[in-house]
Ligand binder design. Structure first.
Ligand SMILES: N[C@@H](CCC(=O)N[C@@H](CS)C(=O)NCC(=O)O)C(=O)O
Length: 213
């Protein structure tokens, strides 16, 4: 049985949706992020970065969203949530997983925590505005990619573990001036994801209400 440490709607949502897609036994442990629960010694023993999520899989304690998603893919190859190792499709899958993790996710972290990169209010606002603009460019790039692909998922017709990750990140833009939903293909992608029963189950379990995206 897996155990996923979570805060509603946070970076845990991608691995959580994947667990639901896989239909495997898992329990959720709430970390009170607004109350600083992620910085308590008990949680820091699991994830010394004080970041959510962390996955427990038997003796394994794993943090980093992308690593957790890739581990779940590897543990359940029968689900086919990634193309075969050594294929061009697998390479493309890696490309999106890393792009999401170290480019879009990283920029969104800057957007949500701009005060870590600036000293005063004006500078913080500037960092946030720049991060929002850069996220917009990244969303445009993803939009162009989806427009070229038949099927609506990042890999085209094939659903993969990269899709819950993109979906989670795209919904984090919902308060921005030009959110992901303003782009036709990204909006269709979001609606396709929302129609998946596993996604609905994960939203329900985390208590996430409207607006979903
Ligand atoms: N690189 C980490 C980032 C995770 C992350 O930043 N999570 C946020 C919640 S969405 C968090 O824990 N923030 C608390 C903090 O930074 O103090 C990952 O992919 O797991």
């Amino acid at each position: 049985m897996y155990r996923l440490y979570y805060n509603p709607g946070s970076a845990n949502l991608a691995p959580h949706m994947l667990l639901k897609e896989l239909g495997v036994l898992h329990e959720l442990v709430l970390v009170d992020q607004p109350g600083g629960g992620h910085l308590q010694p008990e949680y820091l023993k699991l994830n010394p970065n004080g970041r959510i999520p962390t996955l427990i899989d038997g003796d394994l304690v794993l943090y980093e969203t992308a690593a957790i998603c890739l581990h779940l893919v590897d543990r359940h190859p029968e689900a086919g949530f990634a193309p075969a190792v050594g294929t061009n499709e697998r390479a493309e899958f890696y490309k999106w997983m890393f792009y999401l993790a170290n480019t879009l996710h990283a920029e969104l972290i800057t957007y949500f925590y701009p005060h870590r990169l600036a000293d005063d209010g004006a500078a913080t606002a500037q960092v946030k505005a720049h991060a929002e603009a850069r996220v917009g460019v990244m969303l445009d790039l993803i939009e162009e990619h989806l427009a070229k692909r038949v099927g609506g998922y990042l890999l085209g017709e094939r659903f993969s573990a990269a899709d819950p990750y993109l979906f989670m990140l795209s919904r984090w833009t919902r308060m921005m001036g030009n959110p992901a939903r303003n782009r036709a293909h990204l909006s269709r992608f979001q609606q396709t994801m929302l129609a998946r029963p596993a996604v609905k189950a994960a939203f329900d379990a985390e208590g996430l209400g409207e607006p979903f995206v």
